[in-house]
Design a protein. Structure first.
Length: 347
């Protein structure tokens, strides 16, 4: 993997390799684009199989953040921080060190939650930089709710696009991953009368969700092949690849998990099989919208307004996909790239 070539190809501005001697923390910060405003992206802490994999993930996620910003027409661009979850790291000290690095970047990069970075880690970060999400009352708040509302309203927009109307009571939705977003999504779907089934690799979490919401519990291995109207991936990315695609028995794939397609060509295959895939970077931008507006405009955008905004984006992407008969992921990327090129050219 040639980092500089990859940066040139994808239009990256800066990639920082991090090693903190005291805590043992190692990772990356990738700044994809600041042509429209500061770059936003959370901190992912994950057990990667290799250094190269961690770097690739960081680049991929940062670029997806730029796409999200352009589609949502936010005065911001994309970035990401990735930390390697390795044995022996002193994590509180690691997040403090990361906070100092982010602070030194002076507001060019704003960071926040992602997989592996929850409330405890954000508290440490926020104590060391002004440019991170404060999980307490001083912060934007309701981030998972914003994401879940966007996913919920976006699923509604996709079903409306397909069926010409929407009756939740006839829809069976399978939610994979009942974490912060998956639970909020399942709660909304149940409240609107949909039939909801869910799974989580954490059996206690699954049991709790079944008790709390009254959803049907599914074995994690049954998720892909369970017949449904919508499969909503809300766990990790990379779910849809050559083998898993064959198992699907759904009309729509639409969820919060970033990069659910192992490769873009898997979106093409879904399209060819008549499965509507709503791009994750369109659906899951609720928290980004809430955080960006909070940091840059100093106000808290209502969760319902965020949901409406995401639903409008989904409809415009699907209508364009329908007009051009192209897979929605390619259409959404093209729309984002076109807007990005226009903005860069006008500056
Ligand atoms: P989370 O960590 O709270 O929840 C993820 C859940 O998925 C956990 O309960 C975990 O046990 C479960 N899980 C992991 N692998 C699984 C598998 N193979 N099968 C079933 N369950 C599995 O994460 P959160 O915040 O709910 O985010 C979910 C996804 O949405 C992530 O991919 C995240 O990157 C993405 N996302 C989240 C946003 C947010 O506002 N939290 C914003 C944008 C994207």
């Amino acid at each position: 993997m040639h980092l500089l070539d990859a940066m040139t190809r994808e239009g990256f501005e800066e990639v920082i390799a991090i090693h903190d001697r005291d805590s043992g923390m190692r990772g990356w910060i990738a700044i994809h684009d600041t042509s429209e405003g500061p770059a936003f992206g959370g901190v992912r802490r994950y057990e990667y199989r290799s250094e190269a994999e961690s770097m690739m993930d960081c680049l991929r996620l940062a670029r997806a953040m730029t796409h999200k910003c352009r589609l949502a027409e936010l005065p911001a661009g994309g970035a990401k921080a990735v930390l390697l979850d390795e044995p022996g790291v002193d994590w509180p000290a690691a997040y403090a060190a990361l906070g100092r690095i982010v602070e030194r970047m002076g507001g060019r990069f704003y960071t926040g939650p992602d997989v592996g970075t929850g409330e405890a880690e954000l508290e440490v970060l926020a104590a060391h930089t002004r440019f991170s999400t404060d999980p307490g009352p001083a912060g934007p708040g309701e981030l998972e709710q914003s994401t879940a509302e966007g996913v919920f309203r976006g699923i509604g927009a996709a079903l409306h696009y397909l069926d010409g109307g929407l009756d939740w009571s006839t829809q069976r939705i399978v939610v994979q991953g009942l974490g912060a977003v998956g639970m909020e999504l399942a709660r909304r779907l149940m409240a609107h009368g949909a039939k909801v089934a869910g799974s989580d690799i954490d059996p206690e979490r699954l049991e709790w969700a079944v008790q709390e919401l009254g959803i049907e519990g599914l074995d994690p291995n049954e998720v892909l092949s369970s017949p449904c109207d919508v499969l909503a991936p809300c766990a990790m990315g990379g779910l849809l690849h050559d083998l898993s695609l064959e198992k699907l028995r759904t009309r729509v794939v639409a969820g919060a998990a970033n990069n659910v397609l192992a490769r873009t060509l898997h979106g093409d295959r879904l399209h060819a099989r008549g499965v509507l895939h709503v791009p994750d970077f369109v659906l899951n931008s609720g928290a980004l919208i809430r955080g960006t507006i909070f940091h840059l405009e100093g106000r808290r955008e209502p969760v319902s307004a965020i949901g409406e905004r995401v639903a409008r984006m989904v409809t415009s992407v699907l209508e364009e996909a329908g007009r051009t008969q192209a897979p929605p992921t390619r259409v959404a990327r093209r729309m984002a790239e076109r807007r990005l090129a226009e903005r860069r050219a006008s500056r």
